[in-house]
Design a protein around this ligand. Sequence first.
Ligand SMILES: NC(=O)C1=CN([C@@H]2O[C@H](COP(=O)(O)OP(=O)(O)OC[C@H]3O[C@@H](n4cnc5c(N)ncnc54)[C@H](OP(=O)(O)O)[C@@H]3O)[C@@H](O)[C@H]2O)C=CC1
Ligand SMILES: O=C(O)C1=N[C@H](C(=O)O)C[C@H](O)C1
Length: 271
Amino acid sequence: MATTVSHRVAVAGASGRMGQMLIEAIRASGDCVLAGALDVPASHAIGNDAAAFLGHASGVPVTADPKAGIAQSEVLIDFTRPEGTLAHLQACRERGVNMVIGTTGFTEHQKAQVQDYARDIAIVMAPNMSVGVNVTLKLLEMAAKSLASGYDIEVIEAHHRHKVDAPSGTALKMGEVIAQALGRDLKDCAVYAREGVTGERDPSTIGFSSIRGGDIVGDHTVLFAGTGERIEITHKSASRATYAQGSLRAVRFLAGKRSGLFDMFDVLGLR
Ligand SMILES: NC(=O)C1=CN([C@@H]2O[C@H](COP(=O)(O)OP(=O)(O)OC[C@H]3O[C@@H](n4cnc5c(N)ncnc54)[C@H](OP(=O)(O)O)[C@@H]3O)[C@@H](O)[C@H]2O)C=CC1
Ligand SMILES: O=C(O)C1=N[C@H](C(=O)O)C[C@H](O)C1
């Protein structure tokens, strides 16, 4: 049976870990087609076929020119760096191309800029596109409400040696969800480092610990440590394919939308 291709998708960071995973997922999807590929000017991939690493010819060359890279697309998936994402947003707004943003490490000011672009194009932005992590966020919301007093809360994350931001975007989102459930503001209660004579733990804080090493795809644990018991809620990613599949669900969700900022709770109906 012939499949109908309905989504023309460009990928930014085409030679990156997630970029390659996305190109592979688009090729296997049946309803999406690769219509553009972007990378930084210094990338070894510029000028090459975007699917060459799969031993396949997609007919889409990797370009460093954002406007050329998105010209044939209805949506751009971006897993790059915050400064790259912002440059891509500018090009997408000019061309009326929607965006799926998986990049992490944005400052508050940069997040406000993304929100501003969402007045003109539709954007799904989430620090973690996997179904499992987003369901975990709902579990954390419930746990935090039930364990509001008497339990110290610590978020522990582990990632591969190449990751450049810490804590991970997912860990920060977990902290935000928990803080909100407890009626706190993460800005006021987050503790990102401990060293030396720190004093006793302030029960109102949410602590973060980051481990970096090897090829760990992404592990997140939230520890609720009480007196006489501990509860640990853990999610472990064994493959980046889950992030790519979630990104394609976001692409389908955006079809026909003209503006607005959405996240994976919207895409997955978890709100
Ligand atoms: N939301 C989610 O589910 C997930 C989010 N992520 C996030 O996605 C991002 C990318 O992760 P990952 O694929 O592992 O990283 P990689 O470093 O493997 O890939 C990043 C890609 O973006 C390119 N790039 C770097 N800087 C810029 C820039 N300024 N403008 C445009 N492109 C740029 C890189 O080019 P070059 O290598 O030549 O520098 C590379 O091709 C990270 O922020 C990560 O935290 C990752 C996995 C899941
Ligand atoms: O850089 C990564 O690899 C990942 N980044 C995201 C994050 O910062 O939370 C999502 C996932 O954990 C993998």
